[in-house]
Design a protein around this ligand. Sequence first.
Ligand code: ADP
Length: 470
Amino acid sequence: MEIIHISAECYPVAKVGGLADVVGALPKYQNKLGHIAKVVVPAYDTKFIRESEFEVTYDAWANYGNNHFQYRILKEKTNKLGFDLYIVHIQGLTDRPNVYGYSDDTERFVAFQIATLDWIVQWEHRPDVIHCHDHHTGLIPFMVSNSIKYTPISSVPTVLTIHNAQYQGQFGWEKLYYIPAFDLWKGGLLGWGDAINPLASAIKCAWRVTTVSPSYLDEMMNNARGLESLLRQERWKSVGILNGIDSEVWDPQTDPMLGKGYNLKTVEAGKLANKTALCNVFQLDASKPLFTFIGRLVDEKGADLLPDIFYTALQQHGDNINILVLGSGENWVEGRLNQLKDIFPGKYNAYIGYNEQVSHEIYAGADFLIMPSRVEPCGLNQLYALRYGTVPIVRRVGGLRDTVIDIGDGGFGICHDQTSIWDVTHAINRAVELYNDKKAFKAVRKTMMKIDHSWDKAASNYIDLYQILK
Ligand code: ADP
């Protein structure tokens, strides 16, 4: 089958979070299964794009409403990611350093989607499926089915994967004219509430909807930022497929970002070497358990509680633990996390910002990874932690519920029920106990590292889903 993935992010081309990791891995594994999976993303001004070689595949003009723009489709020359990568260059719109966060993000992603479909519609052959990811590509299922100029591809099935329903990309009806001409009576398919809502539109119009874990699909029926009733209505065509991890990128034995590689047999020495190096850089004490948090500092991740959780845990455990944070997000959370450095020097540190290298060093060097998320569609951090022998401490929600089993139930992680200071500090107490029981701790590490979360299974689940649509 030929599958076109269209997305705002793709690792290592442009990454903000887990969406990039999925789109950078799933197509590779689909190709390994003998299919042809291609990826289309906007041509941002990122290091990867600047340093890679591209050839122009297509060059044309398009428009959203009265706004005409020239665009170019460029193909990466060497297939170095394990799939054909196409980038859509629209001068003045896509060619910026950040993926999101601009006042004209609506226009940027509308133009990206129109350019991509204009290009696909003129191919001599038809792809077997168009796979859209999140709201940035959420207008595509509607446009493919309804925009007159895309009639030649209207029979191509579209699939939407919801990586995060908290973000829906709403914009006002006054911009309806951006959408290429369609029978106006179908306009209702674009809206939800009093706005055009690309995510809602994709849920209505895509042939199938997937979410990144089965539990998240269930939870969305009651908690999806206003889309609950729509999701219940469309449940018949929805399925939760748990994400995998790219076990070639995330392998502690071969990871080039680590000072010392390790595997199941050498995990104790390997983790100690990485922990020592990490603790030296961040002025922490490698002889004490190291707790960490990696991620976006937003409410969804429970980040608003982190300063109080860490303050309480450090007060309680005195000199017996270290904490290290890597993240960026809400300014006030960043500020409070920075303040803790002065209160607990030598026991606590924080790197406020985004740093892929440091994230790998932390997965390898840490003992515990905290994820007190309120919402967690799948969560990749805990899967990386498992692979790197770092015990996840997670709230039972979404994909965390589907992937982490508590040590009390014969599993390998520490789970709690609420995103609350009490629940997380209690979980930290349990973790300290586990750390002090060296035999049990080593056994848990080995159990975790043996778990197979590679993409092989999930990639074929998606193929099975596409087959139904043929
Ligand atoms: P989400 O997509 O909701 O942010 P996921 O758990 O699905 O969460 O994926 C997060 C990804 O982003 C992981 O690969 C994680 O290591 C990475 N990440 C998050 N914040 C940072 C950061 N500050 N620096 C480096 N990597 C980060």
